[in-house]
Design a protein. Structure first.
Length: 228
């Protein structure tokens, strides 16, 4: 049987271990309010059944440029120790504080007869490397203008939200220059050794919109050729 605690931040993991479901402080209960029922109690931690068991082994999963010896040294848990809620929370917090990781998932699996194995699955942070444009149309806009429109700065942390914002901004820039049917694909090339990720935008510009025939109705006071 395996328990998985999935964390998007150390605080989230801490709440999961404590069996809480909200980070907000509860509203004060009126003095005449009935006591909460058992059904209102927070759900148990996914790891509750493993706390206190002796740790058989601790493994790391996921590509990372951080040295494993350094990661192990940062943990407050050691093989042979009983699994402790506070030490696990502090260990995950320490890993987040390094700045290397976006997600940390802790998995626990019982090892007969009465031990537990831990797997710490890591999703590493990546930072913007090169930003490339492929298939860009004939200027305008120039390649430099498109790179600027992506809003990705060298060395900044990459997130899915930033990539989506960059794609949307590129689409707006292309539309403003007459490419109303442009298609854009985002390609990511991570380099775990440097923690940088090159980002490529593959552009299919499609036909450029052109002004058709202009017809003038009414008396503009000028010859039609001058108006047009």
């Amino acid at each position: 049987m395996k328990a998985i605690t999935r964390a998007l931040g150390a605080a989230v993991l801490a709440m999961a271990l404590a069996g809480k479901i909200s980070a907000q402080a509860p509203n004060p209960q009126p003095t005449d309010a009935p006591p909460p029922s058992a059904s209102d109690a927070p759900p148990p931690s996914p790891l509750a059944g493993y706390l206190g068991l002796k740790i058989h082994d601790i493994q790391f999963r996921g590509s990372t440029s951080m040295d494993e010896q350094r990661m192990r040294a940062s943990l407050r848990l050691r093989e042979g120790d009983p699994l402790d809620q506070g030490k696990l929370r502090d260990s995950v917090q320490t890993l987040y504080n390094t700045g290397f990781f976006q997600n940390v998932d802790v998995e626990a699996e019982r090892v007969p007869p009465d031990q537990v194995g831990l797997v710490i699955a890591l999703t590493e942070n990546f930072f913007v490397g090169a930003v490339n444009m492929q298939g860009a149309p004939k200027p305008p806009p120039t390649t430099g203008q498109l790179v600027n429109a992506s809003k990705l700065e060298l060395g900044e942390l990459i997130t899915d939200e930033k990539l989506q914002t960059g794609r949307d901004s590129l689409e707006e820039t292309l539309t403003a220059n007459g490419y109303h049917k442009a298609g854009i694909e985002v390609h990511k090339a991570p380099n775990p050794e440097t923690q940088q990720m090159d980002v490529g935008f593959l552009i299919s510009p499609g036909p450029i919109a052109r002004v058709g025939k202009v017809k003038v109705n009414g008396d503009a006071g000028y010859p039609e050729k001058q108006v047009v």
